[in-house]
Design a protein around this ligand. Structure first.
Ligand SMILES: Cc1cc2nc3c(=O)[nH]c(=O)nc-3n(C[C@H](O)[C@H](O)[C@H](O)COP(=O)(O)O)c2cc1C
Length: 168
């Protein structure tokens, strides 16, 4: 079977993971919103999204391509500032994607990166104020100081799934 990776990334970390998965599997990789990649040309899909403001940034693309996605095996990965076992991630997932997709697609959470030096003054003020709405000191520190939890080895389950399904 022929597959492809479609991703949405605002600050580059999801793109980085998508490219690593592409290197490891040989699957073509497309920036979902910025390329002309057509998911209907593939038998299975790996869909990667950053999490911004409690939503998957790929959600509009998933909605726009739902008729195609509905018919194919799908693997979801999400890149986030939250810990992989944070129950909020499931909440954000359900608020972003159709229940039917979540029920059948494996989902893997990967650690993201927040580099405050990339931001303009408006975003820095936004993050500073946002930090004080956070419930724990670890989450406040993440927003005030940034973080880098990118882990190339974290892609292993996605790569394994894609290799197996490609052999079917
Ligand atoms: C404006 C903004 C909002 C964010 N909101 C969330 C959020 O609601 N939940 C979360 O877990 N991470 C959040 N993050 C952290 C991102 O998920 C993390 O930085 C991720 O690596 C971004 O992926 P990207 O580099 O592919 O855009 C946010 C980051 C920014 C800059």
């Amino acid at each position: 079977m022929r597959g492809a990776i479609f991703y949405s990334s605002s600050y580059g970390s999801t793109a980085q993971y998508a490219n690593w998965i592409s290197e490891a599997t040989g699957l073509p990789v497309f920036d979902a919103y910025a390329s002309a990649g057509d998911p209907s040309e593939y038998d299975f899909l790996v869909l990667g999204s950053s999490v911004i403001l409690m939503r998957m940034t790929l959600r509009k693309w998933v909605r726009a391509n739902w008729n195609t996605i509905q018919q194919k095996p799908v693997y979801l990965f999400s890149v986030t500032g939250a810990a992989p076992d944070d129950p909020l991630i499931q909440k954000w997932l359900h608020a972003s994607y159709p229940d039917e997709l979540i029920a059948r697609a494996p989902h893997h959470v990967l650690g993201g990166r927040l580099d405050l030096s990339q931001f303009n003054w408006f975003m820095r003020v936004f993050m500073f104020i946002g930090a004080y709405t956070k419930p724990t000191k670890e989450k406040r520190r993440d927003m005030l100081e940034g973080f880098d939890r990118i882990d190339r080895d974290g892609i292993a389950p996605v790569v394994e799934w894609a290799r197996q399904i490609a052999m079917e």
